[in-house]
Design a protein around this ligand. Structure first.
Ligand code: CUA
Length: 183
């Protein structure tokens, strides 16, 4: 037995059930869309580069890879990762100085970590990964690839030589890029 009042209450409840359901659906949809969007983004700033032409023009041509010091004394290391090596294979950086890395991959996702430092990044084809690190200890560190990139993944690594800052700045004065790859 329904009174007119009860029927009106039921209609109102049904209407509110739809409104609340709609709000929940909207919130879940926002979580899914933003979650997928950010999961698909590379780390740090988003800077794109064409992996098909980076060897031929721009900052990642072979002669520009390695460590460079600009007119303001800012130290930048540029490197490229490919199956299954880093170019250059041996990096030289000054101790206790901020060093900015700029790196990308030509084929698949790679990454690297320098010894036990917090210099740790993922390299994604089509994107330039950038970060700044400081290496307090003089000495040599291993720099392995830490993203599985294929059958040769385990053999993919480079070395980082951390040298005295004054010594580094003297050898950098010629204005060319430095590395410790034996020629
Ligand atoms: Cu490159 Cu693993």
């Amino acid at each position: 037995m329904h009174s007119p009042g009860a029927a009106a209450a039921e209609r109102a409840e049904r209407r509110w059930a739809w409104i609340v359901g709609g709000i929940i659906f909207l919130l879940v949809a926002m979580m899914v869309v933003t979650g997928l969007h950010w999961a698909a983004m590379p780390p740090s700033r988003v800077e794109t580069i064409d992996p098909l032409t980076l060897h031929m023009q721009g900052e990642f041509v072979e002669s520009n890879l390695g460590t460079a010091v600009d007119a303001q004394g800012k130290v930048t290391v540029r490197l490229v990762a490919q199956q299954y090596s880093f170019t250059p294979q041996c990096l030289v950086v000054p101790a206790d100085t901020p060093v900015t890395f700029r790196a990308t991959a030509t084929d698949v996702v790679h990454g690297f970590v320098v010894g036990k430092t917090n210099a740790n990044v993922m390299l994604i084809p089509g994107f330039v990964s950038t970060f700044t690190a400081r290496f307090p200890q003089v000495g040599e560190q291993l720099m392995p690839c830490h993203e599985y990139c294929g059958v040769g993944h385990e053999g993919m690594w480079a070395r980082v030589q951390v040298v005295d800052a004054n010594e580094f700045m003297r050898s950098a004065e010629a204005g060319r890029t430095l590395s410790c790859v034996s020629r």
